[in-house]
Design a binder for this molecule. Sequence first.
Ligand code: DQA
Length: 157
Amino acid sequence: MKVVVIQGPNLNMLGIREQHIYGPMKLEQIHEQMKKFASDNGFEIEFFQSNLEGEIVDRIQECLGDADGIIINPAAYSHTSIAIRDALSAVQIPAIEVHISNIHAREDFRKHSLTAEVCAGVIAGVGPFGYHLAMVAMSQILNEIRAAREMQKQQNA
Ligand code: DQA
């Protein structure tokens, strides 16, 4: 089974940007930890980062028929992008949204996420550890999908 991790604008700047909000960890370090979790738990993982809305929409569409789960931090697009929300809705692949910071404790314009409304779950405010929690949640979702497929196979046999 495969999980695709999609990172939105400015997340390539982690470790440099506003360290008092996002901490010192770089995106590559976060991805290294996620890679280890995936290999320990027997699933494939791919990573994608873009500062461009359309590229994120394209990557979500490419997940169709290819990925079983999506972990996404749409970053600033969470608060503005109907296109990314529609793409998540269109592919109907379970997604977990991650925010490093607690978006509910920040400026008003960050408090609402258009994309969270079409995700299976949201994790916010626990720093980069949120990506680990998203992996735990995703492995539970993948187990449930696996079990449902197995049951379907047995019923068809
Ligand atoms: C963020 C929160 C967003 O409001 C912000 O635009 C980001 C990062 C987070 O991970 O906390 O770029 O998604």
